[in-house]
Design a protein around this ligand. Structure first.
Ligand code: HGY
Ligand code: MN
Ligand code: MN
Ligand code: MN
Length: 410
């Protein structure tokens, strides 16, 4: 019986091919969920899955699940996967590395003539990024039963489109009920998207937990008025109120224990004219903390600050919750298997917390789950400069192969 081995050139070539799919007129990578660019990426992935002998099944939220069941066992599958949708002006590794490494793992087992005691399933979840439709990790959240599929399909995007209609339009409104394959276990390879592994010179991260996430949209209503004639004392300036909020968020995050983070990623002023005092500010607030109590305290402090700001600046403030996920602890047994696999290959490994949200945090609701991280150059992600060395990617795929073999008896 031959030893399965990752076909590194094929894995890396596919990553490069997927990286070329979904670029806008300016060359920016933009495979937003359920867009034409996303469809092109999905089509390529489904084609590679079929070439590899997987049965491709699509569920109602558009999750693409490739099933490899050479022994025809109807057992619960070991699932591996991630996502191939991207943020705006994205890097090429976020999500894609995990999906394509998973494909390389299954192909290596098939080439070696292995027959796992249970099927393997490769998942590319819909809308992990949450940029066009919120919440993020939506496809895996629906798959894990955390959001009714009807509610997800009815979601209106930042561009006014409806997710369900867009999935029909791109041909990925599938027939399967989300969660149609309840996994025996789920393992996700992902680039770290942070600085820890590179800074410490460690090859593999065995991710044991993932921080809590809170997404809110804040709308501040002031009064449009003339920039030249309105005395400063008579203004209800939504733009100033927004600016005070942004700086407060940074100070509050810094005042925490050094692990809270706060981000205002979207901010727009209306009517957005040089000589009109902003009537309205619409901004998003992304809060994260590994500890549930601290995240809740940050949210409570934010609510109190918004009340005070409304009084101080004579504006009105409304808040819309976009996403809220508690911290998640992954399966200690799989974390140990990741550590053992890395050490057996002579790779340095350390346990760590994920700062980013991932599909694994949703799958942990329905089965034992854990993640494998590989280093991100400069800790950069959600940026075209995102980069992970080929050797690190292949090492991560090999550890994924070993863990999948341990879980599936392949
Ligand atoms: O926001 C996140 O952490 C994930 O990339 N969607
Ligand atoms: Mn990702
Ligand atoms: Mn991401
Ligand atoms: Mn993610």
């Amino acid at each position: 019986m031959t030893m399965p081995a990752i076909d590194a050139p094929r894995f890396l070539d596919r990553l490069a091919a997927l990286a070329r799919i979904g670029r806008d007129a300016d060359g920016r990578l933009m495979r937003l969920a359920a867009s034409d660019a996303d469809r092109a990426g999905r089509d390529a992935l489904a084609g590679w899955m079929r070439e590899a002998g997987l049965e491709v099944r699509i569920d109602r939220i558009g999750n693409v699940i490739g099933l490899w069941d050479p022994a025809g066992r109807a057992a619960a599958p070991v699932m591996i996967g991630s996502h191939i949708d991207t943020v705006i002006d994205a890097g090429i590794y976020d999500g894609c590395a995990g999906v394509l490494a998973g494909l390389a793992v299954i192909e290596s087992l098939a080439r070696a003539g292995r027959t796992p005691t249970r099927p393997l399933a490769l998942a590319a979840f819909t809308n992990e990024e949450g940029v066009r439709y919120t919440p993020d990790m939506m496809g895996s959240l629906v798959y894990a039963g955390g959001l009714p599929v009807e509610a997800a399909l009815a979601t209106t995007g930042t561009d006014g489109t409806v997710l369900g209609e867009e999935l029909v339009r791109i041909g990925y409104a599938g027939p399967e009920a989300p969660g149609f394959l309840q996994p025996h276990a789920y393992v996700e390879l992902h680039v770290e998207q942070g600085p820890v592994l590179e800074r410490e010179g460690v090859a593999i991260g065995a991710v044991e937990d993932l921080q809590g996430i809170s997404w809110q949209e804040v709308t501040i209503e002031g009064t449009a008025n003339h920039a030249g004639t309105t005395p400063m004392s008579l203004r209800r300036d939504a733009g100033v109120a927004a600016a005070l909020l942004v700086t407060w968020l940074r100070e509050r995050a810094r005042a925490g224990n050094g692990r809270s983070v706060a981000t205002v990623g979207r901010l727009r002023l209306e009517p957005d004219a040089i000589n009109v005092i902003p009537a309205r500010a619409i901004l998003t607030v992304d809060l994260r903390d590994p500890e549930a109590g601290r995240l809740a305290a940050f949210e409570a402090d934010l609510a109190a600050r918004l009340d005070a700001l409304a009084r101080e600046e004579a504006v009105t403030v409304t808040v819309r919750r976009l996403a809220r996920f508690d911290p998640v602890t992954f399966d200690p047994g799989i974390v140990r298997a990741i550590e053992a696999a890395a050490r057996a290959r002579g790779l340095s490994v350390r346990r760590m917390t994920s700062g980013a949200g991932h599909d694994a945090q949703m799958m942990a609701r329905i089965c034992p789950a854990a993640m494998i991280f590989v280093p991100s150059a400069g800790g950069i992600s959600h940026n075209p400069a995102e980069r992970t060395a080929d050797a690190d990617l292949v090492a991560g795929a090999e550890v994924l192969l070993d863990v999948v073999q341990a879980l599936s008896g392949a």
